[in-house]
Design a protein around this ligand. Structure first.
Ligand code: UD1
Ligand code: CA
Length: 459
C-alpha cells in the first residue's frame, strides 16, 4: 500500500509576529516542519509533499531535498492547499495523510495508529481527533445519532451548541487518495472566512456514501498545533520533558529534567548521568557510563563510553572512551579526541586529532594539529596555525613533551620523543628525541635588585 503525506506549510502564522513562516520556528532545536517530516521519514512514506507559500525559500532551505514541494501562492484555505498537490497525487492509488505543519509534537506512533484505524475499519477518511476545553478555536467534530462523524464545523461558522462540543479536529487526517481529490472538486468557499476548507471533504464524502471514521487520541497537546509564541514555549517544554522522560526510562540519570535540554534525535546510553544545565542537540550520541555536566553544550558530538565532561562547549567532534574534559573546555569542530585523553581548564581545540593518553591540562589553543599518543602539552601552549590568510598544520608525534607557554609556529613538526623547553617559539622541525629551546638566554645581575630599589627611593 502506497502511503503519501501532504504537510500544509504555506500559511504565514500572523500571530507569531515574525518574519519567519510559522512552521520554520524552532521547537527544541528543530524547526516545526522538520519535526513532522522526520517522523514521516521513519514511517517510510512513498512521498512527502510540503505545500509552501509564505517564506517558501526558508522552508526549502530547512527541508532541502528531503521532501517534494508544491507552491500555493495565495493562501485560499487548507482545502485549496491540498488541491495544489493534485498534479502529483491525483491519479495515484493509496492512502494520503494530510497534516497541518504546525504540530511538531506529533509522533510516528500516532500516525501509525491513525492508519491502522483507517485500514481496519475500511474507511475512506479517518480523522484524528482529541478532546479539550471549549476555549480553543479548533474545528468541532459533529457526530450523528449513531455516533458516526458527520462533518467538521469551523469555530467561525459554528452555532453556540456546536461550540460546546469538546471533540476537536486536530488537522491531521488519513484519506483514500483518489476519493480525496474527487471530493476536493466539490469544496467551495461558501463560509464565514471565504476559504476552501479541507474539513468540508468530510461532509462531501458522507454525501457520496463513503465511510468516514475517527481515531481519538488522549494527549491533546501532541496535536494541539502552535499559533503564537506562548503555545510555542509550552510545546517546547512539553517536548523537552517527553524526551527526558523517555531517556530516564531507558536508564539515563537526569538530575533535573526541567533544566536539561536534550533534542529529540539525541541518543544516550545506559548509566550515563546528566547534571543540570546541559544542552545536547543535533545528532549527538553519548555512550554508557558517562558523566556529563553541569552546564555543557553539545552540538553534533559523538561521545563513547566512560567519558567525563564538565562546563564545556563541544561541537561537530568525536570523543573516544575514557576521556576527561573540562571544566571550561571548547572543541570547535572536526576534533577527534582519542582514548584516555585528559583535556583540562580553558583548552580550545579545532580540527585536531589528539592521540591516545595525551594531555593538555590548561590554557591552550590547539588548531589544525595531529597529535600522537602520550604527548604532554604544557600550560599555555599555542599552535600559531594562521598567518592572517592561510591555515597550517602542526604535527606532534608520540611521546613529545611541550613545555609551558610554547608557541608552535605552523607548519611545523615535532618528531617523536622530542622535548621543547618552556617558553620556546618553535619554527623548525624538532628531530626525534631532540631537545629544542628557542628563547633568549637568561641574564642575571647579582645584587642589582637592591640598586634598583635604592634608585627608586631616592626619587
Ligand atoms: C485548521 C482546521 C481546524 C482544525 C485546526 C487544527 C481548516 C479549515 N480548519 O484550522 O478544523 O481544528 O486546523 O490546528 O482546515 N495552510 C496552508 N494554506 C492555506 C491555509 C493554511 O498551507 O491556505 C496551512 C498553514 O500553514 C498551517 C495549516 O495549514 O500549517 C493550518 O492552518 P491554520 O490557518 O492554522 O488552520 P486553522 O484555522 O487553525
Ligand atoms: Ca492553527
Amino acid at each position: 500500500m502506497n502511503i503519501y503525506a501532504i504537510v500544509l506549510a504555506a500559511g504565514k502564522g500572523t500571530r507569531m509576529k515574525s518574519n519567519l513562516p510559522k512552521v520554520a520556528h524552532v521547537v527544541l532545536y528543530k524547526p516545526m516542519i522538520k519535526h513532522i517530516c522526520d517522523e514521516l521519514k521513519k514511517m517510510e512514506t512513498s512521498e512527502t509533499i510540503a505545500v509552501i507559500g509564505h517564506g517558501k525559500e526558508v522552508i526549502r532551505k530547512i527541508m532541502k531535498d528531503e521532501v517534494s514541494y508544491v507552491e500555493q501562492n495565495e493562501q485560499l484555505g487548507t482545502g485549496h492547499a491540498v488541491k495544489m498537490t493534485a498534479p502529483i497525487l491525483e491519479d495515484k492509488e493509496g492512502i494520503t495523510l494530510v497534516i497541518n505543519g504546525d504540530a511538531p509534537l506529533l509522533r510516528k506512533e500516532t500516525l501509525e495508529a491513525l492508519i491502522q484505524v483507517h485500514q481496519e475499519n475500511k474507511n475512506q477518511a479517518t480523522l484524528l481527533t482529541a478532546h479539550c476545553d471549549t476555549s480553543k478555536s479548533f474545528g468541532r467534530i459533529l457526530r450523528n445519532a449513531q455516533g458516526d462523524v458527520d462533518a467538521i464545523i469551523e469555530v467561525k461558522d459554528a452555532s453556540s451548541e456546536q461550540l460546546a462540543i469538546t471533540e476537536m479536529n486536530t488537522g491531521i487526517y488519513c484519506f483514500d487518495n483518489l476519493l480525496l481529490f474527487e471530493a476536493l472538486k466539490q469544496v467551495t468557499n461558501d463560509n464565514a472566512q471565504k476559504e476552501y476548507y479541507i474539513t468540508d471533504v468530510v461532509k462531501i464524502l458522507n454525501q457520496m456514501g463513503k465511510k468516514v471514521g475517527s481515531c481519538v487520541i488522549s494527549d491533546f497537546d501532541e496535536v494541539g498545533g502552535i499559533n503564537d509564541r506562548v503555545e510555542l514555549a509550552k510545546a517546547q517544554k512539553k517536548l523537552q520533558l517527553r524526551v527526558n522522560h523517555e531517556l530516564l526510562l531507558n536508564g539515563v540519570t537526569i538530575l533535573d529534567p526541567e533544566n536539561t535540554y536534550i533534542a529529540r534525535d539525541v541518543e544516550i546510553g545506559q548509566d550515563t548521568i546528566i547534571e543540570p544545565g546541559c544542552i545536547i542537540k543535533g545528532n549527538s550520541v553519548i555512550g554508557q557510563n558517562c558523566h556529563i555536566g553541569p552546564y555543557c553544550e553539545f552540538d553534533n558530538v559523538i561521545i563513547k563510553d566512560n567519558v567525563e565532561i564538565k562546563f564545556s562547549v563541544l561541537s561537530d567532534s568525536v570523543i573516544e572512551s575514557g576521556v576527561d574534559i573540562g571544566p571550561y573546555a571548547r572543541l570547535r569542530k572536526d576534533c577527534h579526541i582519542l582514548e584516555n585523553v585528559h583535556m583540562g581548564n580553558f583548552v580550545e581545540m579545532k580540527n585536531t586529532t589528539f592521540g591516545v593518553g595525551s594531555k593538555c591540562a590548561h590554557l591552550s589553543y590547539i588548531g589544525d594539529a595531529v597529535v600522537g599518543k602520550d604527548v604532554n602539552i604544557g600550560c599555555g601552549t599555542i599552535t600559531s596555525n594562521y598567518d592572517g590568510k592561510n591555515k597550517f598544520k602542526t604535527i606532534i608525534k608520540d611521546n613529545v613533551f611541550v613545555g609551558c607557554n610554547s608557541n608552535l609556529v605552523a607548519p611545523v613538526t615535532l618528531e617523536s620523543g622530542a622535548y621543547v623547553a618552556a617558553g620556546s617559539t618553535i619554527t623548525e622541525t624538532v628531530p626525534e628525541d631532540a631537545f629544542a629551546i628557542a628563547r633568549e638566554r637568561q641574564v642575571t645581575k647579582e645584587e642589582y635588585a637592591k640598586v634598583l630599589k635604592e634608585k627608586r627611593e631616592r626619587k
